[in-house]
Design a protein around this ligand. Structure first.
Ligand code: FE
Length: 175
């Protein structure tokens, strides 16, 4: 009798263990299907591992957005873009600037004189390359966007100098 009970307990443990494995496998499958291990926490922040960012971004995007790289001037696809629409974070889709905020800066990178209100962008002091600059990051996913200068030619006096590789553009629907 004791033997039979032991066998039943052992079987129960095996089944529980299988159930656990299955749930882990299902979780991995979901991550594979969605392409990443995304964690949108309660604050709305997007949190991913470096490995997941690499799966999701091109090597060029990854370098600029996640390694604080800078694209060569006059090469970015949005530098001369004059279409109406919204510029969003190239990593997480957070809406950052509208086309009305863009101006011709002649500096080689897309430039904006203000940001969409609501804490979309955060700033940190950047002391790299022997300079003291204000770095701008996506407020939602922390990706590097570019730098903010106070030498803008418009009323705001600000110049958000942003890598095209840090952005995506949602063209305005004119229908
Ligand atoms: Fe972002």
């Amino acid at each position: 009798m004791k033997g039979a009970i032991s066998i039943l307990i052992a079987l129960g443990l095996m089944l529980a263990s299988c159930g656990q494995q299955k749930s882990n496998i299902q979780k991995t499958e979901i991550q594979k299907q969605t392409g990443m291990n995304t964690n949108n926490d309660d604050s709305g922040k997007v949190v991913k591992t470096d490995e997941d960012w690499k799966k999701f971004l091109t090597p060029e995007q990854y370098h600029v957005l996640r390694e604080k790289g800078t694209e060569s001037p006059f090469t970015g696809k949005y530098y001369l873009n004059k279409e109406k629409g919204v510029y969003v974070c190239g990593a997480c889709g957070n809406e950052l600037f509208t086309s009305d905020m863009k101006f011709d800066s002649h500096c080689g990178w897309p430039s904006f004189d203000k940001e969409i209100a609501g804490g979309k962008i955060k700033t940190v002091v950047d002391t790299s390359f022997g300079m003291v600059r204000t770095e701008i990051l996506c407020g939602k996913c922390g990706s590097h966007l570019g730098h903010l200068f106070n030498d803008g030619p418009t009323e705001s006096g600000m110049r958000y100098c942003v890598n095209s590789l840090s952005l995506d553009f949602k063209k305005e629907d004119n229908k």
